[in-house]
Design a protein. Structure first.
Length: 280
């Protein structure tokens, strides 16, 4: 049975951006379908038999792909999903993409060429990688070892990405726009960790390790080879300085400056997730 109000489908609805987008849309009283392998109906990028039921009756889609638009086969999968969306009557696609990734830009073009309305959110590294993803545990333990040097990254707050996505999904004026979303200043990973340490009152260090050693550590953890290649691609090829300049996407989309990394650190330290200490 179709509902009277148009439904927005949020893929990756349990993830860093999708969760925040879903929350905002639901708070606004808008009908949302959660795209997740655990939802009912379930959605799985790797099982196309799940796609039809999830897209039925949907008006707009937020597309957060897994694991990354740069992996082999991603462009074909996005093409197949986009074709189905258009055939099913979807009117707008909002694609979360990665900055500085040539392969991701091919996926962007698929959405841009779909013939329906689109918005591209091309984001830099998320602040929330330090608190809602793989960096959290090492930070709690006091030492984050990464194959990084002195390259600075303008970390973007997932709250800003979510706000831009909701604007694109619900308001006119964002159609056929590509927003490069970054924070307002670039920091090295060491500087980012120093800010977290200062805010928690804890000793936390960033230890730079060679890429080969990082690969070996991931192999010892028996991570899938494709995931290891992706992680090294993101840390070496993409993190080469091409993404250091800040961009104005948040300002263009929302009419206000992007949130600073310091805001994110203060908010997150206050939750206690990084461990006890004496916040400064
Ligand atoms: N992190 C960064 O710094 C960064 C920067 C730029 C771009 N990106 C892009 O952001 C996207 C990730 O977004 P995010 O960080 O908001 O999500 P996330 O926190 O990584 O969460 C992953 C989401 O994807 C879902 N998922 C995992 N495997 C799936 C599958 N096989 N089929 C369907 N859904 C699946 C998960 O849902 P269930 O487990 O519930 O199914 C979850 O909702 C990626 O495309 C990444 O390339 C990330």
């Amino acid at each position: 049975m179709k509902t009277a109000q148009p439904i927005t489908l949020v893929l990756g609805a349990t993830g860093k951006t999708g969760r925040r987008i879903t929350q905002r849309l639901e708070t606004a009283g808008l009908p949302v379908r959660r795209g997740s392998r655990d939802a009912n109906p379930p959605f799985d990028w790797e099982d196309r038999s799940t796609w039809d039921a999830v897209i039925d009756g949907v008006h707009c889609v937020y597309i957060s792909f897994q694991p990354d638009l740069a992996v082999p086969g991603a462009v074909e999968t996005i093409q197949a999903f986009t074709d189905l969306a258009v055939k099913s009557g979807v009117r707008k696609l909002v694609l979360l993409s990665g900055r500085g990734e040539v392969e991701a830009q091919q996926a962007e073009r698929v959405v841009q060429d779909s013939g329906i309305d689109w918005t591209i959110l091309r984001a830099s590294w998320f602040c929330q990688n330090f608190s809602e993803a793989h960096f959290l545990e090492p930070i709690v333990q006091g030492e984050l070892a990464l194959p990084v040097g002195q390259v600075a990254e303008p970390f973007v707050d997932a709250e800003d990405i979510a706000e831009c996505a909701v604007a694109a999904l619900t308001q006119p004026g964002h159609t056929n726009q590509l927003y490069e979303l970054t924070g307002p200043r670039a920091l090295t990973f060491a500087q980012a960790v120093t800010e977290i340490a200062r805010s928690t009152g804890r000793k936390i260090e960033l230890v730079a390790v060679p890429a080969d050693a990082y690969r070996q550590a991931m192999e010892q953890e028996q991570l899938p080879p494709a995931l290891i290649d992706l992680v090294l691609y993101l840390f070496t090829t993409v993190l080469d300085g091409r993404n250091t300049p800040v961009a104005d996407g948040v300002q263009r989309a929302l009419g206000r400056p992007a949130r600073d990394f310091g805001d994110y650190v203060r908010r997150t330290a206050a939750t206690g997730i990084w461990g006890n200490g004496s916040p400064t």
